[in-house]
Design a protein around this ligand. Sequence first.
Ligand code: SF4
Length: 90
Amino acid sequence: MSAVQQEWMFAARCKGVPANIMFPARGESVEAAIRVCSECPVIEECLEYALVNREVHGVWGGTSERIRRRMRRARNKAIPSAVRLSLRRN
Ligand code: SF4
């Protein structure tokens, strides 16, 4: 997880789970990590955090890297470019 601890992270089901499960190497299955996430009480907070902070490695909020990329692209398309520009300036 990120160096910046968020309150929801204290309830994370993946605490103590070996890193190679939550951060599988390229080409390895994400199924075990997604099973851990499926029982996590903070899955929504985790996914939102990963999307906002562009976490590109590992499983976050029950999603793989590929799924989060798709979600970010979909979000970017949904936000008009003028709004995106003003968000970057702030
Ligand atoms: S949703 Fe998954 S990665 Fe996120 S805190 Fe919970 S167990 Fe960990």
